[in-house]
Design a protein around this ligand. Structure first.
Ligand code: ACO
Length: 329
């Protein structure tokens, strides 16, 4: 018997504080014009000083559970995608479980950078395939502002903080949005093109040592751009072909919201008209693993995505990792 993987509810959370391009002009040598034309970003949310990844994940997860009509105690697994966890140990997933006041669930963090949500969805599918009674909270949360070098204009203008969540269970076709297929990929040989090295076991700090630039997000933008567009398009073509579909079968494209030029390039290469490509990067910036569920949840709330739509979701991030999910709404 084929298992059908149903998305039962969606949620998103963005911190209250909004930082505009004009605000950034006061911090680094940049301009609204440069940021807008290069990235499409106009503003981003920034977490409060006392907000960690699990705090924001908890908020998004509560919304997703309410949307699914479920109580947290029904969950069997919590899978959290993040590259800005609360701590090395315990996992952010365990912290989320603690916030809900529940016990016993399997809790695990996924480190796949901006591909984290689709990697986490595939992990959920694995748990459900092994035990169809599984009810999985997939949540991604990023406090990238903590890993931003606010003196580096080439990186600090691009990112924002947010969290997004979905609940995945087994079910019958038509019961809700169905994950039809997922493809995951990575190329570790290109890992040095996008890094957050500081604090890892290869770049550990000694007691009392101040952090260096390696503590922050560092990347080679042009290289990232090239690989992102090529690999997101490639994996989309693969997942469509494997499912006997063509580009014209896609109703809505929701790519990882890295920047508008990447989103636009992927849409054009996949021949999907701009009016069917969802983007909210202007209001969030790049929120890494959180970008896809935040976008999905907004696309549903605004009816950009409607019942019956076939939605294709390509992602790309540090690792390099990339992925694509095909969802039938
Ligand atoms: N404000 C003003 N000027 C700037 C800024 C800024 N914020 N940042 C860079 N510049 C300057 C540079 O110093 C450079 O000046 P120079 O010519 O005098 O040396 C000039 O602008 C051009 O810089 P480039 O880095 O070549 O700019 P580019 O056109 O490549 O755009 C960008 C940079 C937006 C990062 C682009 O490379 C890109 O979109 N990359 C992919 C996205 C990305 O890397 N995202 C990171 C996360 S990965 C992911 O989510 C998939």
């Amino acid at each position: 018997m084929n298992t059908h993987f149903i998305l039962r509810g969606f949620g998103r959370y963005a911190p209250e504080r909004v930082m505009t391009n004009a605000d950034l002009e006061k911090i680094v040598d940049t301009s609204d014009e440069w940021i807008t034309t290069r990235t499409g970003i106009k503003e981003r949310h920034i977490a409060a000083d006392d907000q960690a990844a699990s705090d924001m994940a908890y908020e998004a997860a509560k919304v997703a559970l309410a949307d699914a009509g479920m109580d947290a105690s029904e969950l069997t697994h919590i899978v959290c995608g993040t590259f800005t966890p609360d701590a090395m140990v315990p996992s952010t997933a365990c912290r989320i479980q603690e916030k809900f006041g529940i016990k016993g669930q399997a809790c695990v963090d996924i480190a796949a950078a901006c591909s984290g949500f689709v990697y986490a969805l595939e992990t959920a599918r694995g748990y459900i395939a092994l035990n169809p009674d599984s009810k999985v909270l997939v949540v991604t949360s990023e406090v990238i502002s903590r890993r931003m070098n606010w003196e580096d204009r080439t990186t600090c203008v691009l990112f924002g903080d947010a969290a997004g969540a979905a609940i995945v269970t087994a079910g019958e076709p038509g019961e809700g949005p169905e994950i039809k297929d997922i493809r995951l990929a990575a190329d570790g040989s290109l890992g040095d093109l996008l890094t957050v090295n500081g604090g890892g076991s290869r770049y550990a700090y000694k007691l009392g040592e101040t952090v260096g630039e390696e503590f922050f997000v560092q990347f080679q933008g042009r290289e990232v751009f090239k690989h992102a567009v090529r690999n997101m398009c490639g994996i989309c073509e693969t997942v469509l072909k494997d499912n006997g579909m063509v580009k014209a079968d896609v109703d809505v494209l929701i790519p990882h919201q890295a920047n508008w030029r990447i989103i636009d390039a992927v849409g054009r290469k996949l021949e999907i008209p701009a009016e069917r490509v969802f983007s909210n990067v202007d209001r969030y910036g790049n929120t890494s693993a959180a970008s896809v569920p935040v976008a999905l949840s907004e696309a549903l709330d605004t009816e950009f995505v409607k019942k019956g739509d076939t939605v294709l979701i390509p992602t790309f991030g540090g690792g390099f990792t990339w992925a694509a999910a095909l969802i039938q709404f």
